[in-house]
Ligand binder design. Structure first.
Ligand code: ZN
Length: 226
């Protein structure tokens, strides 16, 4: 894992924006949606409107357009969703990607050259909705990037194996109606080994599985340097 971290750090050093270039990085602000954030006490984040109101307040306070964060955060956001339930350590609450919370329709850009590994509309409530997974090989390092909660039209005319150059438009952020019933955001995750997954991969894991998943899904900010 340390070796992998070094490889990422030696190949990616500049900040990379994966949203509309019209939003400068100085308009991004950090967001903490973990259960440790006392500002969230009493807020039912599983209600998209309540979650959006909190995010809007953070954006306004910081004069920002994008709120981002969430890698390995322990969240209450999924507690109402059937696919995440379990008892104690087996309940899935640990978030494995970075989320970018901003307006539906915002353009999503490819951070570096890759090909389409797979794509799918995971249209169960609480899931990703439209999802694209790219495969990359850079300096002998093979890995994947997952883009979740996209718009339906992001999947139209897409083909497995299709190549995308750096900064090409991949799609747009989906609305609450299509994105699994969340406030609009992009879920971005690095996945080293896809195993047998296609068009989908867990974006939230149980506490008991952190070791496995954090090894296979390193911090996306090792690439993005935000
Ligand atoms: Zn997410």
């Amino acid at each position: 894992m340390t070796l992998l971290r070094k490889r990422f750090q030696s190949n990616f050093q500049e900040p990379i924006s994966i949203l509309d270039k019209g939003i400068p990085l100085k308009m991004y602000t950090g967001l903490n949606l973990s259960i440790e954030n006392s500002n969230l006490d009493g807020l039912n984040l599983t209600e998209p409107e309540i979650c959006q109101n909190y995010i809007t307040s953070v954006l306004q306070t910081n004069n920002a357009e994008v709120a981002y964060g969430g890698y390995l955060e322990n969240r209450s956001l999924y507690s109402d969703k059937v696919g995440f339930m379990g008892i104690g350590e087996t309940q899935r609450t640990i978030h494995l990607g970075i989320d970018f919370w901003t307006k539906a329709g915002t353009t999503v850009l490819v951070p570096f050259t890759g090909i389409v590994h797979s794509f799918k509309n995971n249209n169960i409530r609480g899931d990703y909705g439209p999802t694209i997974i790219l495969e990359h090989e850079i300096a002998g390092l093979r890995f994947h990037t997952l883009y979740g909660h996209l718009s339906i039209k992001s999947l139209q005319n897409l083909k497995t194996g299709q190549s995308f150059e750096t900064e090409a438009v991949l799609g747009t952020i989906g609305s609450q109606e299509v994105n699994g019933n969340y406030a609009p955001h992009l879920h971005f995750q690095i996945i080293i080994d896809m195993n047998d997954w296609s068009g989908d991969y867990p974006g939230v894991c149980a506490k008991s599985d952190i070791s496995h998943y954090s090894d296979n899904c390193p911090d996306p900010n090792l690439l993005l340097n935000l």
